[in-house]
Write a protein that binds this ligand. Structure first.
Ligand code: NAP
Length: 301
């Protein structure tokens, strides 16, 4: 039976794997898509201590290499639930089930949708949730980015290197993203900022042709021509499958202590999936280290 089963191969899960393997525990990581998690959608990481600048892709690759070279096994399969059997846990997978002595939930969070008409129908035809994945399709064209956090600011800067023009749409006046990013965005000649605007509809017969917006101050509506809409309006957790065994807060994040303990002994939550005040790569990695160390202590009895 596996000592530590980790759900999710982002910075939290891969760091947990590194710490658990170095403690001599057997480790299996389950990942439903690609290892790296959200950092794969980050063009450049500039706030991970000791690394001045690295692409999200390269950081993911480094983390994966380190975990796998230590002997962590990666399985590409979706997890659909966990059962607590007292002495150990049963994890339900897409193809069957797997038993483990401890489980670390590090499944991160997903990009939120705008929930406006035309969003779903233009997916892959101009609507995207990942600028680094899809930006190149719009080289020399016009793109709109929706959001006011660090992701939207980073996406706008990334796209400004490729596109002829980038419109940044935010629903209020103040931005919550990092000041250094905001400074770079406001001084970029290719980026036009539209504050106090909410998207009403993605318009286009076939590919995206425009984004219909409402001015939240004047109430007026406008149609902004664009070839692409990049949605960067935050994250939402995907933890329904772990409830009610594992307790969640009202937004669906796992309620876990600072040492990553959930309400179930032997089940830990690390990274963006748990309720916390700062969601960064460094805090996800920190959680992963803590969760693995706590799992080790639990297994020692
Ligand atoms: P975020 O910080 O939650 O920001 C989401 C933005 O989208 C907010 O500005 C929000 O507006 C807006 N928004 C939410 N729902 C909306 C809707 N329905 N329609 C229009 N706008 C909407 O999300 P994020 O930027 O993806 O960042 C997620 C986490 O990753 C954060 O903790 C962030 O610090 C971290 N991150 C860090 C870095 C970095 O350190 N370099 C880079 C990227 C992300 P309001 O402001 O009005 O609420």
């Amino acid at each position: 039976m596996t000592d530590v089963l980790i759900i999710g191969a982002g910075p939290a899960g891969l760091t947990a794997a590194i710490y658990a393997r170095r403690a001599g525990l057997s480790v299996k990581i389950y990942e439903s898509s690609m290892y790296g998690g959200q950092i794969l959608t980050t063009p450049e990481v500039e706030n991970y201590p000791s690394i001045k600048k690295i692409s999200g892709w390269e950081l993911a690759e480094n983390l994966y290499e380190q975990a796998s070279s230590l002997g962590a096994e990666l399985v590409f399969e979706e997890i659909s639930g966990i059962e607590d059997l007292g002495t150990h846990k049963r994890v339900l997978t897409a193809s069957g089930e797997e038993e483990a002595k401890t489980v670390i939930i590090a499944n991160g969070a997903k990009r939120r949708k705008l929930e406006v008409p035309g969003e779903d129908s233009h997916l892959g035809m101009g609507v995207s949730y990942c600028a680094t994945c899809d930006g190149a399709f719009f080289a020399g064209k016009v793109a709109a980015v929706v959001g006011g956090g660090s992701t939207a600011l980073e996406d706008a800067l990334y796209l400004a290197n490729l596109c002829e023009r980038v419109h940044l749409i935010h629903r209020r006046e103040g931005f919550r993203g990092q000041q250094t990013l905001l400074d770079a965005v406001t001084s970029h000649e290719k980026i036009e900022i539209h504050t106090n605007r909410v998207p009403l509809e993605v318009v286009g017969d076939g590919p995206v042709q425009a984004l219909r917006l409402r001015d939240t101050v004047s109430g007026e509506e406008e149609t902004l021509p664009t070839d692409a809409v990049f949605v960067a309006i935050g994250l939402s957790p995907d933890n329904g499958k772990f409830a009610p065994l594992v307790k969640l807060d009202e937004s669906g994040y796992i309620l876990a202590s600072e040492d990553c303990h959930t309400n179930v002994p032997g089940i830990y939550a690390a990274g963006d999936t748990r309720k916390k005040s700062l969601r960064q790569i460094v805090t996800a990695a920190s959680d992963g280290a803590i969760a693995a160390t706590e799992a080790f202590a639990y297994l020692q009895g």
